[in-house]
Ligand binder design. Structure first.
Ligand SMILES: C[S@@+](CC[C@H](N)C(=O)[O-])C[C@H]1O[C@@H](n2cnc3c(N)ncnc32)[C@H](O)[C@@H]1O
Length: 440
């Protein structure tokens, strides 16, 4: 009985979390708000349902609509979400159909929709009988599980790669680690993981990276709490190496939180940098401090606006500047499928204007002979080449730097007009754009 109650609660909580995302909340926030009544061991199950339902939103809704005799009223929308969760479980999770049906019907009651329990039962049984509807002729949104505006942009920006990009976006990303260069090597850490029964491999082209065969909880990573490793995608490990900050240098990390690249810069320079890490979100800046503490690293953290250096700059130029700009995050949809629901087409121009302004305002802070790296986890040209081209037009002294020493990854980097792009899923990496400049 208690088991059945928990099974229903899991589905009801998953439906509430998906609803929250549909109403504009981030998936992380929606999952953090899942009721404490869900036992710890079952919270992973809620996440799997929520990720799956959001990742496949358009297709699942098309399946649900095809099974309904009349549309569900808007005020009862949580019932179509619950049905989508039911269909997703039968499609993709190894849960017996009868268990899915009874737990999902019970979840409708828990959600105070007892009047829809019969409908949920009938629709899910129908799905079990009929199987998948033919969606070949459905809209692009449904066939590719992406919003129309994003599909259009991907088709324009990547005429030869867009199908591969959307397919990769709908997959689950692998878990990557960055081994703390001050403590060990990837080879040593892979051996340590093996002793703990965790299968992993080194990525030869990324000198600190380890890729896990299957994701694990961070608390299961040996030495995590004493700074042996950090969780960081391989593509996010490229910027610190490219900047090549040497011990003693003065470095600005302009959009630093939660501090993944801040920490990597410090690890590569034996924690000997005069590093100023800026972020305009003080709450996120606390995460930078937590990361630095865990890794025993030191930087000066400043809550400030990167595009207003007069607020926080002491006038001394920087040898290295990293601008890991706020962006659409369209390169990391595998990890954050809610981006497909939360972002709007009109956001892109706003982001591009902000990115351009940050770049323009920070270039004068770079010392002669210094290096600046502009990075986004976007695959959209308006945030990448277009921003950088405008910057180069205004600053003809900026000399593009193309040499990435010790990182033989040019085979996965697509040269663009002003920089390089890794597309999501290439070698298992996230989608990132990099444009690097030296000041003569
Ligand atoms: C892509 S994230 C940075 C990720 C980080 N570099 C890392 O590796 O962990 C972009 C960051 O920019 C911050 N941000 C957004 N607008 C900003 C601004 N005007 N000035 C400074 N930081 C800003 C956001 O709060 C966010 O933390």
């Amino acid at each position: 009985m208690a088991k059945q109650k928990t099974a229903a609660m899991i589905r009801a909580e998953a439906a509430k979390a998906v609803e929250a995302v549909l109403a504009g909340r981030s998936m992380d926030a929606a999952l953090a708000a899942v009721s404490d009544d869900v036992p710890l061991r079952d919270r992973g199950l809620v996440s799997v349902m929520v990720y799956g339902c959001i990742r496949n939103h358009w297709q699942l809704q098309a399946v649900v609509q095809s099974l309904l005799q009349k549309p569900i009223k808007n005020r009862d929308r949580i019932i179509s979400t619950l049905l989508a969760i039911g269909v997703y479980q039968m499609q993709s999770m190894r849960i017996p159909d009868h268990a899915v049906v009874s737990a999902t019907v019970e979840a409708a009651r828990r959600l105070r929709h007892p009047q829809h329990a019969g409908l949920v039962n009938a629709v899910l049984r129908n799905y079990r009988r009929q199987g998948e509807p033919d969606l070949q002729k459905a809209s692009g949104e449904v066939r590719h599980n992406h919003p129309a505006w994003l599909l259009k942009r991907l088709q324009t920006d990547w005429p030869e790669n867009w199908q591969q990009i959307v397919a990769e976006n709908n997959e689950q990303a692998p878990m990557w680690l960055r081994v703390n260069a001050m403590q060990s090597t990837p080879e040593q850490y892979v051996a340590t993981l093996a002793e703990h029964g965790i299968e992993s491999s080194v990525e030869e082209t990324l000198p600190q990276a380890v890729r896990l065969a299957t994701p694990v909880l961070v608390e299961d990573l040996p030495g995590f709490y004493v700074g042996a490793v950090s969780v960081q995608d391989g593509a996010a490990q490229i910027p610190a190496a490219w900047l090549d900050a040497r011990p003693g240098m003065r470095v600005l990390d302009a959009c630093a939180a939660p501090g993944g690249k801040t920490a990597h810069l410090l690890e590569l320079a034996a924690n000997d940098l005069d590093l100023i890490a800026i972020d305009n979100d003080p709450a996120r800046l606390e995460r930078v401090q937590e990361n630095l503490d865990r890794l025993s690293l030191a930087a000066t953290l400043v809550a400030g606006d990167a595009k207003n250096p007069q607020e926080w700059w002491d006038g001394r130029p920087f040898d290295r500047i990293l601008i890991d700009a706020p962006c659409s995050a369209t390169g990391v949809i595998r990890r954050h499928p809610d981006i497909k629901l939360l972002r709007q087409d009109t956001d892109i121009a706003v982001l591009a204007a902000l990115q351009g302004e940050i770049l323009q305002k920070l270039w004068p802070l770079l010392a002669p002979g210094g290096r600046l790296l502009y990075v986004t986890c976007s695959v959209l040209e308006q945030e990448n080449d277009a921003v950088v081209e405008a910057f180069v037009r205004r600053n003809p002294d900026a000399a593009q730097h193309k040499e990435l020493r010790n990182y033989n990854i040019h085979d996965v980097m697509q040269p663009r007009r002003t920089g390089y792009q890794i597309l999501p899923g290439m070698k298992g990496l996230d989608g990132f754009f990099y444009a690097c400049f030296d000041k003569p």
